[in-house]
Design a protein around this ligand. Structure first.
Ligand code: IP8
Length: 257
């Protein structure tokens, strides 16, 4: 069964400091991934991407320099993640969205998935990331890790989608919702807090929008706290952590919103 894991930028970087990786967290998570097969990892850009993107006015303003600087920076974070995975015994390989994604109006229009399926077939773990990308209608755009997860889950029919963040799930009044369905989104949206630090891709709102799209076509996903030791491994082994986003009315527990 294909599993897709997203590692949020707020877990693997210090979002308040330009291009600062949280090496301890990255290494811990890399060790938790050791031995897990049929896995695609997608990580956020954190302070390696959002600060550059905002400073160069991306995606609204086209800037060749902004594209390059932002891409090189998120690629550096990707190198750090891939090397940590390698050190933990995971056969990881980088895949850079700038080179295999074309956007239209900010959404993925084309993405070559063959390179990813070929890596999986050979027992490798592809590691993608939020990135800048060319956009046929707007010139340049930003493709979030969340949008990549949603695209790949749909294209490759993932059996599990786990979204590691720095919160315990979707919270309302201090309580974690065990389950969200697309129909309940309108009552949940007003409660979603804006992202901490600089975020050009919509924080938790953007994430939920992607996951609701998946739920609508029958692919469930789970938002969980990847900051707790062992949580990434537990989420990938199917434990009921955090919030389930599902198209099925009952999900895996009572809906509290
Ligand atoms: O952190 C954003 O990706 P995300 C990508 O997954 C850039 O939303 C370049 C800011």
């Amino acid at each position: 069964m294909l599993k897709i894991l997203k590692l949020g930028g707020s877990i693997i970087t210090d979002k308040s400091r330009l291009a600062t990786a949280r090496l301890d967290q990255i290494s811990r998570i890399a060790h938790e991934l050791s031995g897990i097969e049929d896995l695609i990892v997608v990580h956020g850009a954190g302070s390696f991407g959002h600060i550059h993107a905002r400073n160069f006015g991306l995606p609204e303003r086209f800037s060749g320099e902004g594209l390059l600087k932002t891409h090189l920076s998120v690629s550096e974070l990707n190198r750090i993640v891939v090397e940590a995975l390698h050190d933990a015994g995971v056969d990881a390989l980088p895949v850079h969205p700038l080179s295999n994604v074309v956007l239209r109006d900010g959404r993925i229009h084309l993405m070559s998935t063959e390179v990813i399926t070929e890596m999986l077939r050979r027992g490798m773990t592809p590691v993608l990331h939020g990135d800048v990308a060319m956009d046929v209608s707007r010139g340049a755009g930003i493709v979030s890790g969340d949008q990549i997860v949603s695209y790949l889950a749909r294209a490759l029919r993932a059996g599990m989608v786990a979204m590691g963040t720095d919160v315990d799930g979707i919270m309302i009044d201090g309580r974690v919702l065990s389950c969200i369905t697309p129909e309940r989104m309108h009552s949940i949206e007003p409660h979603l807090l804006p992202a901490k630090g600089v975020d050009v891709t919509g924080g938790m709102r953007g994430k939920l929008a992607e996951l609701v799209r998946l739920a609508e076509i029958g692919i469930d996903s789970r938002i969980f706290n990847a900051g707790g030791s062992g949580n990434v491994r537990r989420a990938l082994s199917g434990e009921r952590l955090g919030t389930l986003i599902t198209g099925r009315e009952h999900g895996d527990g009572p809906q509290e919103a």
